[in-house]
Design a protein around this ligand. Structure first.
Ligand SMILES: [Zn+2]
Length: 330
């Protein structure tokens, strides 16, 4: 039987109305003897709900399931943002996924990042960090592999992505030293992420897929006797690193998508239109992806402004091609 211990930490989150305010980040440590140490985290962005709900379920269920090793559960890493239903921290506007900048920590968000880097990352070998589209985007249910800088290829990554069991897998390349992937890389922590759902809503179906994916990863890492289901087929891989994959609004308008998430667009096929009902003389403008492929991500808010991400589109690749994305020329 595993043992549990709360290891919450709190950080100052002063506002104009509350001088000495502090916000606690909940952390549950579950110990089941010798074995790997793994953290399951969500809520780095406070409005991304599937991972937060799934890890909250595991908060109550995992102590009975864990067979070996140690698991840290963080259902709401940016607790202030989660409580506010916001992507960024309300007290300082910080983005926790860009706040791993080292000392001195300026404000609440960097203090949370500093606490995670000091208290969590040195104690784990693997981090599963679940994101979603949040308020402004919706994603196909996808595991995410981020190559930070010149990180070498790690053959455990495709195995973890398969174990997560989602039908899609996104590849990003990270270069910002303040990101969570950068911090994990600095500590030699194997990291898999996910993008599941979004659009300021959630559903138990997506939460259950996320929960089962996290359990599948723990089984793959040897902490459970078996996963929640038989291993799924390999996910399709989408390289979203290329500039051509992300389609941004070049001008203001109301975004009317014609394509759906998961739809495959041919070359030259429009994704939707931008219209301006308050300017009836303006013609509808076609929104054309720079490359053909599957719609992996779609903006969930119609009113759009220049620079807003409207969609991400990329060709489906075999997961077996992942090592190619780690070659020096990639
Ligand atoms: Zn996120």
């Amino acid at each position: 039987m595993a043992t549990t211990q709360r290891e919450d930490f709190s950080c100052a989150a002063a506002t104009n109305d509350s001088a000495y305010r502090r916000i606690a980040t909940p952390v549950l440590r579950i110990d089941a003897g010798p074995g790997p140490a793994v953290a399951l985290m969500a809520g780095v962005h406070g409005d991304e709900w599937e991972g937060q709900a799934a890890i909250l379920e595991l908060w109550h269920r995992l102590p009975d399931l864990l067979r070996r090793g140690t698991v840290y559960l963080l259902p709401a890493a940016n607790a202030e943002a989660s409580l506010a239903g916001a992507r960024l921290s309300p007290s300082d506007g910080g983005n926790l996924n860009r706040a791993f900048l080292g000392a001195p920590a300026r404000g609440y968000t960097e203090s949370v990042a500093a606490a995670l880097e000091a208290r969590l990352l040195p104690r784990i070998q693997t981090l599963i960090d679940v994101h979603s589209g949040g308020a402004s985007l919706r994603y196909l249910p996808a595991s995410v592999i981020t190559r930070q800088g010149d990180d070498p290829y790690d053959a455990r990554l495709p195995a973890l992505a398969r174990a997560f069991g989602l039908p899609h897998c996104i590849f990003f390349r990270g270069g910002e030293p303040g990101s969570m992937p950068a911090a994990a890389s600095r500590h030699g922590v194997l990291r898999l992420s996910a993008e599941i759902g979004g659009g300021r809503e959630s559903s138990q179906a997506l939460v259950a897929r996320c929960r089962d994916g996290l359990l599948g990863c723990l089984a793959e890492l040897g902490l459970l006797d078996r996963g929640p289901r038989a291993p799924a087929a390999s996910p399709a891989l989408y390289d979203l690193n290329a500039d051509a994959a992300t389609l941004r609004a070049a001008e203001a308008g109301v975004f009317i998508p014609e394509a759906c998430l998961g739809q495959t667009l041919e070359a030259g096929q429009a994704l939707g239109t931008l219209i301006e009902p308050a300017r009836p003389e303006l013609p509808a403008r076609a929104v054309l992806p720079s490359q053909p492929g599957t719609v992996v991500c779609l903006r969930a808010i119609a009113r759009s402004h220049p620079g807003d991400c409207l969609a991400q589109v990329a060709r489906a690749l075999s997961l077996d091609s992942l090592p190619d994305l780690y070659r020096p020329c990639s």
